[in-house]
Design a protein. Structure first.
Length: 253
């Protein structure tokens, strides 16, 4: 029997929630697809119509999470008037707030999706891309209004904050301080320093210094490498040109 799109969406949500419950209680390895299916109220064969593997459920959860974070930010009043640091802070806080009810599940799976060398990059990339797109939009908006100078390594700056987010969540998962106060301090001070460096154009200045050093200490000394090669080339051609026909014939024999 054909089911509606609404029912499919409901089944998908039920499977994700069941996976959260099963993995939080039993651990990732012990939580099976059949147990998740029973928890979700779907057939053991039906679950594979939505997710081919248990790992695929994890990637779907985190991709949905990133989309929910972005949706949360869009509902924040006057978000466009926030400073870059305030916008990034709001993103980090919104993500942790959404993770909080599922903290045990996230503790079991976050490393597998974001930090494991064996992760499926084709499934992990859309998650990172969704987060990166939000960060890059904040950076671009900050440049447009002159809050920070245009960045030489704009793409790298976006990836830096994505990696900072991953590090902050990983720290939060092991934070035992009351109200996760240590995590909040880490995020606050980290973003404060990072945004201060962006405003000061430190990356641009370091790039200018690197270009200056390259020009003055590398390019100016290229002759040291080129001239010997030219000399060797001239010697080789004189030797070859110095061979008469008799010598060449004898060489061939």
């Amino acid at each position: 029997m054909k089911i509606s799109q609404d029912q499919k969406a409901a089944n998908r949500r039920a499977i994700l929630q069941a996976a959260v419950t099963q993995i939080a209680e039993k651990g990732f390895k012990s939580a099976t697809m059949s147990r998740i299916a029973r928890e979700a109220g779907v057939g053991e064969a039906t679950i594979y119509n939505y997710f081919p593997t248990k790992e695929a459920i994890l990637y779907a959860y985190y991709l949905d999470h990133m989309h929910r974070c972005v949706a949360e930010l869009k509902t924040v009043p006057d978000f466009n008037t926030f400073t870059l640091q305030e916008q990034l802070q709001t993103l980090f806080d919104a993500s942790l707030d959404l993770y909080l009810p599922h903290r045990e599940f996230v503790a079991q799976t976050f490393r597998l999706v974001f930090l494991s060398p064996s992760r499926d990059w084709t499934q992990a990339k859309p998650i990172r891309s969704a987060l990166l797109a939000a960060v890059q939009d904040m950076l671009a908006a900050a440049v447009e209004v002159g809050e920070i100078p245009e960045q030489v390594f704009e793409d790298l700056m976006g990836h830096f904050f994505v990696d900072a987010y991953i590090g902050a969540v990983h720290y939060w998962l092991s934070d035992t301080s009351e109200g996760f106060a240590n995590s909040q301090v880490l995020i606050d001070r980290g973003l404060d320093l990072s945004c201060a460096l962006l405003k000061a154009g430190i990356a641009n200045k370091l790039f200018d210094i690197a270009v200056f050093l390259f020009k003055t200490h590398v390019v100016s000394r290229m002759d040291c490498f080129i001239d010997p090669l030219k000399g060797a080339d001239r010697i080789k051609r004189r030797f070859m040109e110095g061979m008469d026909d008799g010598q060449a014939t004898h060489r061939k024999d």
